[in-house]
Design a protein around this ligand. Structure first.
Ligand SMILES: [Zn+2]
Length: 137
């Protein structure tokens, strides 16, 4: 059977501060710049979740995209939307909530929930111009 990659885009709004407690204030300022603002700042994130697999001969789907949407909403969006990533979300207790780290955590949370479909890529847009891709490696 032919194989396809199917992608669903979801959105969430969240605040964060990029800050490494092992750095001095001056180092944090130098490394993270405005993203080190002590009172946090927000982003309107977009998250593209791509799954890859064979097209099922009975349904014509790789994975029902409504089911994908539901899983992504339940596993990720509900935990991230309108949250302060540093303060509200335990996943980031010891992880700096950069776009890179958010993408990796999204992968780790989501991947086991999608089986037997195979998660092939997480693309996290932090701004209209900046995004990161993670493929599980
Ligand atoms: Zn930021």
């Amino acid at each position: 059977m032919p194989r396809c990659v199917v992608t669903r885009r979801v959105h969430f709004n969240a605040a964060h501060r990029l800050y490494n407690p092992r750095f001095s204030d001056a180092e944090n300022e130098r490394v993270f710049g405005v993203c080190n603002n002590p009172n946090f700042h927000g982003h309107n994130y977009s998250l593209d979740v791509s799954v890859e697999g064979e097209i099922d001969s009975q349904t014509g789907y790789v994975l029902d995209i409504n089911r994908l949407k539901q899983i992504v909403t339940d596993c990720l969006v509900c935990h991230l939307d309108h949250k302060n990533l540093n303060l509200d979300v335990p996943w980031f207790r010891d992880v700096i909530p950069t776009a890179e780290n958010i993408a990796v955590i999204c992968w780790r949370v989501l991947e086991p929930r999608l089986l037997p479909a195979r998660l092939s890529r997480i693309r996290l847009w932090e701004t209209e111009r900046n995004y990161v891709d993670y493929d599980g490696t």
